[in-house]
Write a protein that binds this ligand. Structure first.
Ligand SMILES: [Zn+2]
Ligand SMILES: [Zn+2]
Length: 364
């Protein structure tokens, strides 16, 4: 089985032949259909997010179930599935209290499966982990059955793959943010994969203004295709001032889908009174943002983090699958580039260059 793995960071991915064990109880074997090239993988390759290595990267994917382990009942061989990058255990405090996307057990076991072991070995017999228990940059994967969300045949694999991370995160972050309402004013900082889906979620929710903020004129232009009403080029002057020029009192909601000290600070500064800044992008580990505390109090601003769309990933998948099938959201246009697994590093080079939309690894 061929897979793209990371042995050290910072580094590019290596394509290697790995030995794959079959699914144990509660696990599935999935033949990969498509996998998205996401900034979260790139962070690990750059060494600004940590993962025990070696590991097969990739957490945004979809495929077809090929075999199931003992006790697996909700999927069967032949089922096409979106894969969730948080396989909730169902028993920890977060799972029990309605935040399965924050599953404690999933975080504790990391790149290993729930029994603490790995399913992959390299040519020398060394253990290889799987990012998010998945590692979708591989011809096939063995992972927890609860990662699988079965989908109808009409959904193309590359669309299903994107639903696993960028669509669920971008859509869910906006749709599940507290207090969103028709007519709201919104700014979205960063219009990459997650940001474009935040923009289209704001459109679905009938926001009156959707201001896209980015440093790339071409990405801003692309964002108008997903519903952005205004564009702010942050490379052409202070984006907060530009937002206040558009909307005197600031915005009601600011979504930071990029994740950095700079963009988070700008998102909070761009808020009007009682505004809410939602931070969905992952900043480099250790980064901190300066917040104007007097402003925070006197203008009653709020700041919150949002992980994986703020809700149960499977529930978000259910919604976005329906919206896609009814042509309410556009996922097809997000797919701008396709690569075979062997050329995956070219996909990350395009991400570094800031090209529009998403690159997707497609498998035969
Ligand atoms: Zn991702
Ligand atoms: Zn759990």
């Amino acid at each position: 089985m061929k897979a793209a793995l990371l042995r050290t960071a910072p580094s590019k991915l290596l394509i290697e032949d790995l030995e794959q064990e079959g699914p144990r109880a509660g696990e599935v074997l999935v033949r990969m259909g498509a996998a998205g090239v996401c900034a979260s993988d790139h962070h690990v390759m750059e060494g600004v997010a940590m993962l025990p290595l070696p590991a097969v990267l990739g957490h945004e994917g979809a495929g077809t179930v090929e075999a199931v382990g003992a006790g697996v009942t909700h999927v069967k061989p032949g089922d096409r599935c979106i894969l969730s990058f948080v396989s909730n255990c169902g028993h920890c405090r977060q799972c029990r209290s309605g935040s399965p996307q924050l599953c404690d057990t999933n975080a504790l076991t990391g790149v290993r499966q729930y029994d603490g072991t790995t399913r992959l070995r390299d040519a020398n017999g060394g253990e290889v982990g799987q990012m998010s228990k998945l590692g979708v940059f591989a011809e096939s994967l063995v992972g927890p059955a609860q990662a699988c969300y079965p989908i109808p045949d009409e959904i193309p694999m590359e669309v299903a793959a994107l639903m696993g991370c960028s669509v669920a995160t971008g859509y869910g972050t906006v749709a599940h943010a507290p207090g969103v309402h028709p007519g709201m004013t919104v700014a979205v900082f960063g219009v990459g994969g997650v940001g474009l889906n935040a923009v289209q979620a704001a459109k679905v929710l009938n926001a009156s203004r959707i201001i896209a903020v980015d440093v790339s004129e071409s990405k801003l232009e692309f964002a108008t295709r997903f519903g952005a009403t205004d564009r702010v080029d942050a490379s052409a002057g202070d984006p907060v001032e530009q937002i206040r020029d558009l909307l005197g009192g600031g915005v009601e909601f600011a979504f930071d889908t990029f994740g950095s000290a700079t963009t988070t600070q700008q998102a909070v500064d761009a808020l009007g009174k009682n505004g809410l800044a939602v931070i969905a992008g992952l900043a480099p580990v250790g980064e901190r943002a300066g917040i104007n505390l007097v402003d925070l109090v006197r203008q009653q601003k709020r700041v919150m983090g949002a992980y994986y769309g703020l809700s149960s990933p499977h529930e978000t998948f259910r919604t976005i699958v329906d919206l896609y099938l009814r042509d309410v959201i556009d996922v097809d246009t997000l797919v701008q580039r396709r690569y075979p697994l062997a050329e995956i590093n070219e996909g990350f080079a395009a991400l570094e260059r800031g090209e529009n939309g998403r690159g997707v690894v497609v498998f035969d």
